[in-house]
Every structure is written in structure tokens, then in C-alpha cells.
Design a protein around this ligand. Structure first.
Ligand code: GAL
Length: 653
């Protein structure tokens, strides 16, 4: 558990650096990330490197006792480089360049840019690879941000064709897989195929699915290029990349195989503003963020790599959302503790001092533009003091797992079928349901063995591979799958056996038809005397399984074959909570409705409670101790935007 900050020495006079470093240490910070956008200062002219300022910055920061994470500057190729090699620029879907003047203006497939990347990373890693002050490396900054995951340049088109040829070998196999006979889309050679863009109407969905795979793979191989160079010059020092929260265009599991630490950038209020959440929830959590947003992403990145952390934590209002509210006093501390409770190695705040110039001048820092400390610094100091009290925190395996699969998220994006809240909606709803029931959750991917889990949720995961089928059917867990699960092959076709595809036999379900309905038309499911309210997706199924619930017209809706449960509808978040609760009961897992604002997390022998809401919470209601002496942090009377922690029996919760 360490605290850090993102710092841009190149933005400030050198005379400020020693005092900045001293103030950081005084605030309890021990880590500082620098350098990730500094190319124009590191190499002001072609081949003319200027290391002096960075040498000094690292010396000053290290001398103050700060460990330095050094970022490679490749998210911002300088103007002279772009002018010399305009083929670095990404092209949009209509073939127009996305121009210089902001950031991420490069194409992952550009051969020139890969060579230039290798050159600058090599120079940087050679110079600082063995520097005792540099203890970690960050590659680039937020791959894929601002729509930079895709580019339609000549190099990208050529690379896509090679990628397709490697995948299919034979053009007939591609035609067959994509169903190109439809609308006369057949190809005679791989060299004829363009990216699926700028078409008159919808492009072929299998073509689009492979394009998503290709774009993700390009980000992975680009990252690998950097990692290999860094490892050569800086052996033994961890390499990370700072990913984006709730981002699904990059297969984070795949890319993290090349990293030692997966880190991500947590902006709970900014992301709530931009989300599809209903207005009442946007108002309720205006200054706290969605209580499950950060936790969900923590658990995604925890599952991606052996270690994980928060590289950028929102410290105040951001500048880029539709609304940019300030966090409630106390919230930055709550977010920090939520991250540690999920096992974060460190939490690093973005940024040290608010810049009075350029694009992010309205983005808060820990210091105001005039260098006055913001009140949030006191919250951070408080976390630093509290950290000693929770020594012995550990991460145990949860008893509930949620399956996430990136090709399935792409499939949702390509054919949303009435899912208007985005590809992550089913996973986020399943996650919120488990948290609402007070449970820890693990995110699992297609290659995760599921032995030992008691409940596994498959939240509308269309692409069920052979590996997933094997893990799900052999796990011994109660499995809950919702509509659309197994509805596509990896190529994006309807399976020969119809949905749920590979799981058809295990569930003894065959989906005859899917309807997508408006969300103002409820989809009722009768279970005994009770009516459960589903929404939007309704499947007509034939089944030999036990029917637990029926649609209003008597057709089977909620069925069970042994330990496998299938919901032929989209439950929405509240019915999802109800169904997961029933599975918890059947699996013998304790559950309690903690309400909309309270969230729990058990970390080894320590139980945490977080209050994301504006009202006080009496923790005795969820079985927490009454006596103030029993608490490591806080008390049973939990104030708004506050946390409490107390010892608990490991393995419970
Ligand atoms: C992140 C980015 C940072 C900064 C921040 C502002 O996405 O990595 O460089 O722009 O947003 O909130």
C-alpha cells in the first residue's frame, strides 16, 4: 500500500522542483510518475536528446525519497516528427488524418512509428534503465483513448490483410466464416479486403468482430515492442501500462500478459457523468461516483496481472465530462481505501499541481495553480496515517465469479440488440448485484479455471469458446447465464445448434427466437406466486430442464438443469440482484442487502465498509460490531462518504 502522484516537472520552473518534492513527501507520498508526455523536451530536434532536465528531475525527486515511475513519451509524438513522417498520423474511417495538436495522434500499425517508438524507448531505457531512482516503467499512456484504438491508414490496411491471412489461411475459409455470400460481399483474395468502415449501411458483423480483434492485437504487439526494449535495459524493474476504466476496445487480459503490473486510471465522477446511468442515480452519486464503478475496474485489473494498482486517481473536478462536480469531502479517501481493500499496490493521484495553461487547465490537482494546497491533501495524509492500522490485509479468492470476455463485449457493440447502455451493461449489472448483496467478487476470463467457486455468473456472454464450456461444465459451481449467452460463434455467426451454442446440451435449452423490447414495456416472469420484472430481451426457448418461472404467456423463462440456471431474459440490475441472491441461498452463501450506497469488501481478515451515499449508515444492521474499540478505522456509525474497517474471520463475507 503506497501513495503516489503524477507530476510534470517540464511544466514548472526548475526552482520549484525541490519544494514540490518536499511537499509530496510531507503529504505521505512515496511514488511519483513522470515523463509520459515529454517527448518534445526529451528530443527537441531530430536526434538531439536533452536529458539534462530529466536527470535533474529524477535526482531531485529521488533525493527527497520518492520512487520514480518513468513513462515512455510515445502518446505524444512531437511536431517535427509528424512533419517528417506524416504516415504516423492515424486516419479516420473516411481516410482523413487525425491531426497534430492534442495527443494520441499515431497509428498503432504505422511502420514508421514503430521504428520511431523503438528509437525513443531504446534511448530512454538505455539512459535510465539502471538508474537507482527509477523503480518502475510505464509504457505510453492509455492505449486506445480518444478513439485511437483504430486507424484506417495504408499500413493498418496492409497489416489487417496479413492478420486475416494468418487467421484464415485460405480466402474461402474467410468467406465461409463471415458469410460473405450475403449481399455479394465475396472476396477472391486477402489483398481485396478493407477495414469495415464508411460503408453505406452496416458492415458485415464478422468482419467488424475480426477488425476489433485485429485492433486489440495491434495495441498488444505495439506494447510488446516497448516492453521488450525496457526489459533489455532495465531488467528486474516492473513494467506497467495505465489502462482506461470501463474501456472494452482493448483485451486487457491479453495485453497484461506482457506486463508485471496492470494499472488503471480511476475517474469515478467524470465517468458517471458520461455513463448511460439514469438521471436519478447521476444525481444521487454526483459527488461520489457510482459505488461499483471503481470496484468493478479494480477487480478486472486484479484479474489481469499478478499485481495491479491505480495510476491516476481523480482528486477533484475534471475538465472533460459533461458535468464536472467536485468530489464530496472525504470521497478521495474512500476511493483510495476501496482500491487498497481490493489489493492495489499503490494509488497515485492525477495530478500534483493544476496547470494554469493548455487543455487541462480546469482539471484539479492536489495543489491549486498558484501552488496552494487543496483540502484533499489532508484526506491523503489521513490515509497515510491509517495505513499502519490495517497491516495484514490479504486478498482471498472470492466465492462468486463473473465471466468477462472481450470478443463478447465487441459482439455486443456490433449487434447491440436493444442493449442501449453499452457492451459492459450486463457485466456491470452482475457486479452491482453481488456488491449489493455484500459479497466479494472475482472477475474471471476465458482461461480461468473455475474450481472452488460456488457461484459463477455468465452475464449475457455471446461468444462461448470450447475452453469456457469446459471450465463452466466442470466447475461444480452454480452457474447463472442470462439471455444471449452462447448466441455467437467466435466468428460472430449463430451457432449451428442455436443459442446457447456450446452450452446448449448442458443447459438443455434451445433458443428459438430473441425479441428486443422497449424498456418501458416490462417483461414479467411468474415464479410460483411471485411476479419478477425483467426487461428488454425475451427469448423463446424449448427446454427439457426444470422450469422455475414462466413468461405471462406461459412459455418457459427461468430454468434449471442441475446446477446450471438459464434466464431467457435480461433481468436488469434489480432482478439480477434477486436471482444472484437466490443462487447464493442455494449455494449456502450468506447475503444481506446493503442498500444502494453502502458497499463492503473483505480483504483477508479485515472487513471494510464504504459509504457512497449522503446518509449515515448503522453498520450493526449488517452484523458489524457495536463497540468503538472493535474498529481499526471508523465506527459502527458510518458518516456519509466515510469508511470503516474492523477485523473479521478470514474466509467469510
Ligand atoms: C487521463 C489521462 C491523463 C489526463 C487525465 C485527466 O485519461 O491519462 O493524462 O488527461 O485523464 O482526467
Amino acid at each position: 500500500m503506497k501513495l503516489g502522484v503524477c507530476y510534470y516537472p517540464e511544466h514548472w520552473p526548475r526552482s520549484d522542483w525541490p519544494e514540490d518534492a518536499r511537499l509530496m513527501r510531507a503529504a505521505g507520498l512515496t511514488h511519483v510518475r513522470i515523463g509520459e508526455f515529454a517527448w518534445s523536451r526529451l528530443e527537441p530536434r531530430p536526434g538531439a536528446y536533452d536529458w539534462a532536465w530529466l536527470d535533474t528531475a529524477i535526482e531531485v525527486l529521488s533525493a527527497a525519497g520518492l520512487e520514480v515511475t518513468l513513462g515512455t513519451p510515445t502518446a505524444t509524438p512531437p511536431k517535427w516528427l509528424i512533419d517528417a513522417y506524416p504516415d504516423i498520423l492515424p486516419l479516420d474511417a473516411h481516410g482523413n488524418p487525425r491531426k497534430f495538436g492534442s495527443r494520441r495522434h499515431y497509428c498503432f500499425s504505422s511502420k514508421t512509428y514503430r521504428a520511431e517508438t523503438a528509437r525513443i524507448v531504446e534511448a530512454l531505457a538505455r539512459r535510465y534503465g539502471a538508474h537507482p531512482g527509477v523503480t518502475m516503467w510505464q509504457t505510453d499512456n492509455e492505449y486506445g483513448h480518444h478513439g485511437s484504438d483504430e486507424s484506417f491508414s495504408a499500413d493498418a490496411v496492409a497489416a489487417f490483410r496479413v492478420w486475416l491471412e494468418n487467421r484464415y489461411t485460405d480466402i474461402h475459409a474467410l468467406n465461409e466464416a463471415w458469410g460473405t455470400v450475403f449481399w455479394s460481399q465475396e472476396y477472391n483474395a486477402f489483398g481485396e479486403i478493407d477495414p469495415p468502415a464508411a460503408t453505406v449501411t452496416e458492415a458485415n458483423p464478422s468482419h467488424r468482430l475480426d477488425w476489433r480483434r485485429f485492433c486489440s492485437d495491434q495495441m498488444c504487439s505495439y506494447n510488446q515492442l516497448q516492453v521488450d526494449i525496457i526489459r533489455r535495459h532495465s531488467p528486474g524493474r516492473p513494467v506497467t501500462h495505465n489502462f482506461i476504466g470501463d474501456f472494452y476496445r482493448l483485451d486487457h487480459r491479453d495485453i497484461s500478459r506482457s506486463l508485471d503490473i496492470a494499472t488503471w486510471d480511476s475517474y469515478p465522477i467524470g465517468l458517471l457523468s458520461e455513463s448511460q446511468a439514469p438521471r436519478d442515480l447521476k444525481a444521487r452519486w454526483l459527488r461520489a461516483g457510482d459505488p461499483d464503478f471503481a470496484a468493478f475496474n479494480h477487480d478486472v485489473f486484479r484479474a489481469c496481472a499478478p499485481r495491479w494498482a491505480v495510476m491516476e486517481q481523480q482528486p477533484g473536478p475534471v475538465n472533460w465530462a459533461t458535468y464536472n462536480a467536485a468530489p464530496a469531502p472525504g470521497m478521495v479517501r474512500v476511493w483510495t481505501w476501496e482500491a487498497f481493500a481490493h489489493g492495489a499496490d499503490f494509488v497515485s493521484y492525477f495530478r500534483w499541481r493544476q496547470a494554469p495553461f493548455a487543455q487541462e487547465q480546469m482539471h484539479a490537482g492536489l495543489l491549486a495553480p498558484d501552488r496552494a494546497p487543496q483540502p484533499v491533501l489532508e484526506e491523503i495524509r489521513q490515509v497515510g496515517r491509517e495505513m499502519e492500522r490495517v497491516a495484514g490485509m490479504a486478498q482471498d479468492r472470492a466465492e462468486i465469479a463473473i465471466l468477462i470476455d472481450y470478443p463478447s463485449l465487441w459482439q455486443h457493440e456490433i449487434q447491440p440488440q436493444g442493449n442501449r447502455r453499452g457492451p459492459l451493461e450486463p457485466s456491470r449489472a452482475a457486479y452491482a448485484a453481488c456488491r449489493r448483496l455484500g459479497r466479494n467478487v472475482d472477475i474471471v476470463f476465458s482461461d480461468t479455471k473455475l474450481d472452488g467457486y460456488k457461484v459463477v455468473i455468465v452475464p449475457s456472454v455471446p461468444v462461448i469458446t470450447q475452453e469456457m464450456e469446459a471450465h463452466l461444465t466442470s466447475s461444480g459451481a452454480l452457474v447463472l447465464a442470462t439471455a444471449l449467452t452462447g448466441s455467437r460463434t467466435p466468428e460472430g455467426r449463430i451457432p449451428e445448434t442455436l443459442a446457447p451454442g456450446r452450452l446448449r446440451r448442458a443447459f438443455d435449452v434451445r433458443v428459438e427466437q430473441l425479441e428486443t423490447l422497449p424498456d418501458f414495456v416490462p417483461v414479467d416472469v411468474q415464479v410460483g406466486e411471485e411476479v419478477l420484472r425483467a426487461e428488454r430481451w425475451r427469448e423463446t426457448i424449448t427446454t427439457g430442464s426444470e422450469v422455475l418461472g414462466r413468461f405471462a404467456d406461459g412459455k418457459p423463462a427461468w430454468v434449471r438443469n442441475g446446477r446450471l440456471y438459464y434466464a431467457a431474459f435480461w433481468p436488469g440490475e434489480s432482478l439480477m440482484t434477486e436471482l444472484v441472491g437466490r443462487l447464493c441461498d442455494a449455494a449456502g452463501l450468506a447475503r444481506r442487502d446493503v442498500g444502494p450506497d453502502l458497499r463492503l469488501r473483505r480483504a483477508g481478515g479485515i472487513q471494510f465498509a464504504f459509504n457512497y451515499g449522503p446518509g449515515r449508515q448503522d453498520l450493526c444492521r449488517i452484523g458489524a460490531p457495536r463497540s468503538a474499540d472493535a474498529y481499526l478505522i471508523g465506527s459502527a456509525d458510518l458518516a456519509p462518504f466515510d469508511i470503516a474497517a474492523w477485523p473479521c474471520k478470514a474466509g467469510t463475507g
